[in-house]
Design a protein around this ligand. Structure first.
Ligand code: ADP
Ligand code: MG
Length: 337
């Protein structure tokens, strides 16, 4: 038989490679969820070693709980509640200062469409209560008095309020920031593949773990259709990116046939009317969260203009008439059907 050396060596190499591949343990994947920050937070982490993954996910949830305590207006001891109660502001934790700094930047660049001082307006509408109601004109005007991008300022960890009655609300950015921190903790534990989703604010780290069932490298995310329940509007594929959606279909009530949702136009105090939903893909969830809210308020045209200031963010906007609008870089994330 014409056995020759190169052929035998070649076969051996292939055999060795196959054996090595078989000996590699399959990646584990764990998925856990907790009720937190007013929503279900789901963490999925993949890699090798169940115990390590479990500890990492525990630590990530703990970090999110710590931030919820600082940033939630429902907790009377939070930084946010202390700021709201104070006359002129006060010192806050480093994390709170970081959230406020980013929020103020988006507030300024969006000409106040994003606003961190809508606390009184939010309580007035009562979305967190059992029976939210449409406020009257005078009540709206009072709740909006003195708000705006200049109403808060930050020097280091010192927050200054322009007027005593201003109430701080970080609801449009805090969840996103908490997801960023959860991802940072997972990375500290050596996790290289993870997905954290806090009710539509998500980050997809690395590539989907190496399992036979999920061979694709990218994470594929189906974006909820704003008007057809359980229908996918579009599928995107990402890795190491935040995907954040703000919609008018998540938290709303109807009165006299009109839908009232919880993303407010700071100029009128009424729910913003330019969009059905906005999805932002960005390098951080905090930025994506703030931009999704800001673009929602601005509507498609001014919203896309705002996104030109952020090369690290792309957006898909569903306008009130159902038409789709995307920023120039969006197509790179689209999965072609
Ligand atoms: P979700 O909480 O459903 O993810 P958003 O990220 O859009 O939705 O945040 C909505 C929350 O943001 C509201 O509940 C309120 O706390 C806050 N908010 C509403 N309107 C604005 C606004 N114009 N600017 C900043 N924050 C806002
Ligand atoms: Mg938001």
């Amino acid at each position: 038989m014409p056995w020759n050396r190169p052929l035998i060596i070649g076969l051996l190499v292939v055999l060795l490679a196959l054996t090595w591949w078989r000996l590699q343990p399959e990646d584990e994947e764990i998925r856990r969820s907790q009720l937190m920050m007013g929503t279900v937070v789901e963490i999925m982490a993949g890699g090798q070693g169940f115990d390590k993954l479990d500890a990492a996910v525990d630590a990530a949830f703990a970090e999110m709980a710590r931030l919820d305590k600082l940033l939630s207006s429902h907790n009377p001891d939070s930084d946010v509640s202390r700021l709201s109660q104070s006359d002129h502001g006060g010192d806050v934790a480093a994390a709170t200062a970081e959230v406020i700094a980013l929020g103020l930047e988006v507030a300024q660049r969006s000409d106040g469409a994003f606003d961190l001082t809508l606390g009184r307006l939010k309580s007035l509408w009562g979305f967190d209560q059992e029976t939210p109601t449409v406020p009257n004109r005078d009540a709206l005007a009072t709740a909006l008095a003195g708000i705006g991008p200049e109403a808060l300022s930050l020097e280091g960890q010192q927050v200054n309020k322009r007027a005593p009655q201003l109430q701080v609300d970080l609801g449009g950015i805090a969840k996103g920031y908490a997801v960023d921190r959860a991802i940072a903790v997972l990375k500290q534990y050596g996790v290289t593949s993870a997905a954290v989703n806090a009710g539509g604010d998500m980050y997809l780290l690395g590539q989907r773990s190496r399992r036979a069932k999920h061979p694709e490298r990218f994470w594929r995310i189906g974006l909820q259709h704003p008007r057809q329940k359980d229908a996918v509007l579009e599928t995107v594929q990402v890795r190491d990116r935040a995907v954040v959606t703000s919609g008018d279909y998540e938290r709303f009530f109807e009165q006299d046939g009109i839908r009232y949702h919880h993303i407010f136009d700071p100029q009128s105090g009424l729910p913003a009317r330019g969009c059905q939903s906005v999805t932002i893909i960005a390098d951080s969830v905090a930025l994506g969260d703030a931009l999704a809210t800001a673009v929602f308020v601005l509507g498609p045209q001014a919203g896309l203009l705002l996104l030109t200031q952020y090369p690290q963010a792309e957006g898909l906007i569903v306008a009130t008439d159902g038409s789709l609008h995307t920023s120039p870089g969006w197509a790179a994330y689209q999965v072609t059907p």
